[in-house]
Design a protein around this ligand. Structure first.
Ligand code: SF4
Ligand code: SF4
Length: 354
C-alpha cells in the first residue's frame, strides 16, 4: 500500500477518519518556490513560472482555509512546498495556525532553519519536522540539489532542532546521483539517533513544473543483477511490501478519505500528484469542497487497460502515480506498464522477453 509523502500519522486515527470520511489530515502546499533545485522535484518552479500559471494564496487566504478546515474536522496539518521557509510570511502563518490548535508537521529541506528561526519555533514547537535528507556530505547535495554547502546547513538545523527537543523524521529520495551514498545516509541518521525512510519512488513533474525525473530515476527493481549490493539496495528502498500484492486502486491509497491537499494556488485534491479531479477553494468553503471531492472521486475506477492485466499484482500503480506518469488517473502508458512487466519477470525469476 502506498503511503506517499504523508508524515507518519497515527494509523488507528487514520483508519477511523477514513471510515467516517472526516478530513482529519491536511497537506498545505504553501509555495512552489524553493531555495534548492533538486533534479527530481515534481513541484518546484521559479517566480516567473509561478506567475504565468497562477497566484500563490496570501496569508489571509490560507488562514481562512485553515479556520474552515478546523470546523470540518481537521486536526493534523502538514505544511509543505517547495520550501516553506522561503515564504516571507511563514513565521506569522505558522504561529497563527499553531494558536488555532493544529498539530503541525513541517516538511522542509531544513536548510533555512537557523538560530533566528529556532528563537520563535521553539516557543510553539511543531508536532514534527520531516526533513528531506539528500546525502551525507556537501558533494552529494551539490549533485542532487545543485546547491553549495547543503549538507552542512541541514546538519546544523538537525542539531538545533534536536537541542530544542523537537521530533524529527528523515526521509530520503534516492536517485542515480545519491544511490551510492545510501549507507552513509543511514550511518548519519543512526549517529543522530533518527529514523530514516528511503524511497526511490519519484514522480514526473506535475501542474506545470519541470524536472529531470525521467533521466535521474533510480530503479533497483529493474536491476536483474544478482550482485548482493543491488539486492541490499533493493531491500533498502523497497517501500512497497512483498509481491505479488493486490492493488485495489482507489482504496489502495491510504490517505484517501481522511486527507486533503491544497495546492499553492488553492485547489483541493486528495493527492498532490493529481491536478484532476480538484475543487477550487477560491470559490467555496473547505466543507463544501470536501463533500464535492468525495462525491466526484467515489466514481473513480482503475483504467480500462488494467482489466485482466497479467502484471497487475506487480504494478505500482495508484491514481496519483498514473496522473504524474501517464497524464491522468485513468490512463496507462507503455513505458509505465513496462515496469510492472519487468517486476513480474524479476520476482518470478523468469528471463525477460524484451
Ligand atoms: S501494468 Fe499497466 S495495464 Fe497492467 S495493471 Fe499496471 S497500469 Fe494497469
Ligand atoms: S493516489 Fe496519491 S496519495 Fe494516494 S497512494 Fe497514490 S500518490 Fe499516494
Amino acid at each position: 500500500m502506498n503511503d506517499c509523502d504523508m508524515p507518519p500519522y497515527p494509523e488507528l486515527l487514520r483508519r477511523f477518519a477514513k471510515a467516517q470520511r472526516i478530513p482529519l489530515f491536511a497537506q498545505l502546499e504553501l509555495t512552489a518556490r524553493c531555495n534548492f533545485n533538486c533534479r527530481m522535484c515534481y513541484i518546484h518552479m521559479d517566480d516567473k513560472h509561478i506567475k504565468k500559471l497562477g497566484q500563490e494564496l496570501t496569508t489571509d487566504e490560507w488562514l481562512r482555509i485553515c479556520r474552515e478546515a478546523k470546523e470540518a474536522g481537521t486536526l493534523y496539518i502538514s505544511l509543505t512546498g517547495g520550501e516553506i521557509f522561503t515564504r516571507p510570511d511563514f513565521q506569522e502563518l505558522y504561529t497563527k495556525l499553531s494558536e488555532m490548535g493544529f498539530l503541525i508537521t513541517l516538511m522542509t529541506n531544513a536548510s533555512m532553519i537557523d538560530e533566528k528561526v529556532m528563537s520563535w519555533l521553539k516557543k510553539r514547537p511543531p508536532y514534527m519536522v520531516r526533513i528531506s535528507l539528500y546525502g551525507s556530505n556537501n558533494d552529494v547535495y551539490r549533485s542532487v540539489c545543485q546547491v553549495e554547502n547543503g549538507f552542512c546547513r541541514v546538519d546544523k538545523a538537525i542539531r538545533l532542532l534536536q537541542e530544542a527537543g523537537i521530533p524529527i523524521v528523515l526521509k530520503s529520495i534516492v536517485i542515480k546521483n545519491n544511490a551510492s551514498d545510501i549507507r552513509e545516509m543511514y550511518r548519519y541518521a543512526s549517529e543522530r539517533k533518527l529514523n530514516l525512510s528511503v524511497t526511490e519512488g519519484i514522480a514526473k513533474p506535475v501542474r506545470g513544473a519541470s524536472s529531470e525525473a525521467s533521466s535521474v530515476r533510480f530503479e533497483p527493481y529493474l536491476e536483474e543483477s544478482k550482485n548482493p549490493d543491488q539486492v541490499r539496495l533493493k531491500k533498502l528502498v523497497d517501500g512497497h511490501g512483498p509481491f505479488p500484492h493486490r492493488p485495489e486502486y482507489l482504496m489502495e491509497c491510504k490517505p484517501y478519505g481522511s486527507t486533503f491537499t491544497v495546492s499553492w494556488d488553492g485547489k483541493m485534491s486528495w493527492c498532490s500528484f493529481l491536478s484532476n479531479p480538484y475543487v477550487d477553494l477560491n470559490n467555496c468553503s473547505v466543507d463544501e469542497a470536501w463533500q464535492k471531492l468525495m462525491e466526484i472521486t467515489s466514481k473513480i475506477h482503475k483504467p480500462e487497460a488494467c482489466n485482466n492485466c497479467k502484471y497487475e499484482e506487480y504494478c505500482l500503480r495508484c491514481p496519483g502515480v498514473l496522473a504524474a506518469e501517464c497524464g491522468s488517473y485513468d490512463q496507462v502508458s507503455e513505458d509505465f506498464c513496462q515496469r510492472a512487466k519487468r517486476l513480474y519477470f524479476l520476482y518470478n525469476g523468469i528471463k525477460r522477453e524484451d
